[in-house]
Design a protein around this ligand. Structure first.
Ligand SMILES: NC(=O)c1ccc[n+]([C@@H]2O[C@H](COP(=O)([O-])OP(=O)(O)OC[C@H]3O[C@@H](n4cnc5c(N)ncnc54)[C@H](O)[C@@H]3O)[C@@H](O)[C@H]2O)c1
Ligand SMILES: [Fe+2]
Length: 350
């Protein structure tokens, strides 16, 4: 779990004070910042001291192992060692920050650690500061990466942040579509966790709270306000805690295939898939469609039209590889329920 959590509007102002005791001699803090903030006044609030460096992360594509390795190598070449990595951005930047921190202290390539519990050594100090709410990357024990052969996280006890700062002010004025897609990642985490076979009281307690907050902001309220940013930020946290002790399910397993082949982004990809999962999550999908309509969001359609058999096979292989997700969703006999043919038919619907 994350060791230290600060929540509150304006709490970003405490970052300098929070980092001070974590500085190691003159080794710098590295601020890995979402490129959205490049040339924005926000960057002047980053507490840069001594040899500290601000690195703008290009998140046009979601994080790749090659990008993680490149950043870590550059930091090693330039500084030898660093005091810490501070990720400021959406899920992509938070995942990058976690992975770079681990790769500062573990040999080889981040691709060697895609899987469960393969990371053997703690990384350098790492802090996460979300600027988009929904992924739960701020609390999870994984960092999702696309590698040479798979899209899979570095799931390990060393992966969670040492510190997070949850400041809802940083999520003001996100374009409505992006806010919805990433917010739905949280909603889908809740539905997949609460309807999964891995469910337990820990996951259920957090999942129910996160679900309730999502329903408040996307269904009950008629206008987006500061309170909505606060509610969605806490929903993301609780949703992340829920899956930390259970698993996600079918929307994630299928959208990983889309992302691997087509580069579809996590949030929108989950929406594209979840929209077609009535058979598995009838209540959740009904409510999801209501939220899409109420918030006037477009869910892309027909994105797999015209793909070749080989391309469908690639997506099916990636998706079928996510065994814990399928087992959580459908139980130990999942392979008998979700055959390759059935999965192909599902992909053709998207
Ligand atoms: N580690 C985990 O547990 C976990 C869980 C779910 C998803 N993820 C990962 O998270 C990523 C998706 O994250 P995401 O949905 O937050 O999107 P993202 O981080 O990819 O960002 C989406 C877009 O929003 C922009 N952006 C960020 N903050 C903004 C702000 N305040 N205002 C305006 N624009 C802003 C970014 O520059 C980018 O263009 C994927 O890579 C996914 O694999 C990780
Ligand atoms: Fe997700």
């Amino acid at each position: 779990m994350v060791s230290y959590v600060v929540f509150g509007r304006g709490s970003f102002a405490q970052l300098d004070e929070i980092l001070t005791p974590n500085r190691r001699q003159d080794a710098p803090m590295i601020f890995l910042v979402d490129h959205f903030f490049e040339n924005k006044t926000f960057t002047s609030r980053i507490p840069v001291r001594g040899k500290d460096k601000v690195v703008f992360a290009d998140v046009t594509h979601e994080p790749k192992t090659s990008y993680v390795d490149k950043i870590a190598q550059q930091l090693k070449d330039e500084f030898g060692t660093v005091s810490g990595i501070i990720g400021i951005g959406g899920g992509s930047v938070m995942d990058l920050a976690k992975a770079v921190s681990l790769m500062m202290n573990n040999p080889g390539s981040s691709a060697d650690y895609q899987g469960w519990d393969l990371v053997k050594k703690p990384g350098v100090y790492k802090a996460g500061i979300p600027t988009l709410s929904g992924t739960g990357a701020e609390v999870s024990r994984t960092t999702v990466l696309t590698g040479p052969t798979k899209k899979l996280g570095m799931n390990s006890d060393f992966t969670p942040f040492d510190q997070i700062i949850l400041d809802p002010e940083l999520t003001t004025n996100i374009p409505a579509n992006q806010r919805f897609y990433t917010g739905m990642d949280c909603y889908i985490h809740c539905i997949e966790s609460l309807n999964g076979t891995y469910l337990n009281e820990f996951s259920k307690s957090y999942g129910e709270k996160a679900l309730q907050l999502c329903q408040q902001v996307f269904i009950q309220k008629n206008k987006w306000d500061d309170e909505s940013d606060e509610q969605l930020m806490m929903a993301s946290y609780a949703g992340g805690m829920s899956i930390a002790y259970s698993q996600v399910g079918i929307a994630h397993a299928v959208s990983y295939g889309l992302s691997y082949l087509l580069g579809t982004k996590h949030g929108v990809g989950n929406c594209i898939v979840f929209d077609k999962l009535e058979e598995f999550y009838p209540e959740g999908v009904r409510e999801f469609k209501m939220m899409v309509e109420k918030n006037e969001i477009e869910i892309p359609q027909h994105i797999t039209r015209g793909l070749t058999d080989a391309q469908f096979d690639t997506m099916i292989d990636v998706s079928m590889g996510m065994k814990p997700l399928w087992e959580n969703a459908l139980g130990t006999g999942w392979e008998k329920i979700m055959t390759r043919d059935k999965l192909r038919a599902l992909y053709e619907l998207l």
